[in-house]
Design a protein around this ligand. Sequence first.
Ligand code: SAM
Length: 362
Amino acid sequence: MKFYATLPPGLEDVAAKEVEELGGRVEEIRQEKGRIFFSGEKDIIPAINHLSRTLERLNLLLLRCSVETLDDIYREVKSLDFSFIKGKSFAVRSLRVGEHDFTSMDIARVAGQAVIDSFMESHGERLRVNLSEPDVILRVELVENELFVGVDTTGDDAMHKRWWRVYNHPAHLNAATACGMIRLAEWKFDESLIDPMCGSGTIPIEAALMARNVPNKREFAYQKLCKKDFEWEEKNVRLKLFGIEKFRKHLEGALNNAENAGVLDTITFMQGDATEMSGEYDVIITNPPYGLRIHRKGAIERLYRDFAIAARKCMNQDSRLVIITAEYKLLARAAEEAGLQCTHERFVRYGGLLTKIMVFKV
Ligand SMILES: C[S@@+](CC[C@H](N)C(=O)[O-])C[C@H]1O[C@@H](n2cnc3c(N)ncnc32)[C@H](O)[C@@H]1O
């Protein structure tokens, strides 16, 4: 079967590695476009939805071709066999990237009609449309002049929406990006890992779930299409995970999230100041405030400078410091002044924001 998955743009190679570990055969990586294409057996549908940590959505690829007009889209979609929707309701979710003289709503309307007409011709029945709670979600996406039609096995809520999050930090990190950072740090499960500005705890919680092989326990769209048993083996390993947060409210939120995730026993959360952190850590991963509002620039500059000095003191020859920020120029300067070497950096698109993940060593 052919699949394509979406993920935070910039982390394609990292996600591709994870897909291979889960049994997929990666065929194409669209670097910085947030898409990878691969093939695999049917069994990887539950495995990837529950166990992939860096992907956002897994689609079964039905069609990929070049189109120019809405008529082309209608014709291409109508040529597909939609027998698998028999007895079920469906909805088309569309996306459009690039310059076109029609909207994504037009794509959804035309593609939806093509699905109905195709089924009517082959089965003599009209398929039921249910826009709010469909049994089957069809993704019809036009990127420049390339059309992708797929069956969404994940659902309207992407995979990065995790089951454990009961406390919503206003600036929480996308869990898929957090896991991408953990993988970029090359964290080994017996190494210590700290997030010194942990907010609601996304990074240490995801590290614990990764090491213990705990799946994403929420419902996925594929479960409405086929009842496939999914088996996994959790490992109750003890880990050296830490989180520091300045504000009580967020720290309490992190504790609630960790408890809900079932990993509170293995993470030490502390209220404190990252610029005064002490001890020695193998891996430091964090998502500091960005200070997008101009009047906070000075405070952010000071925070980055003081944090880089404190982090440097907590690192040994092999330690890695991994940071995501939109203020990457400030960070680069602060890190250099603290005597840290940048060994890797990459742009990652985060919502509408261009951020960088930077890896430092002493
Ligand atoms: C962008 S948020 C982190 C969000 C977190 N990754 C999550 O997923 O919830 C930055 C966090 O750093 C905290 N913070 C800011 N300055 C700090 C400092 N000096 N020491 C510790 N935490 C700090 C803020 O309170 C905020 O919760």
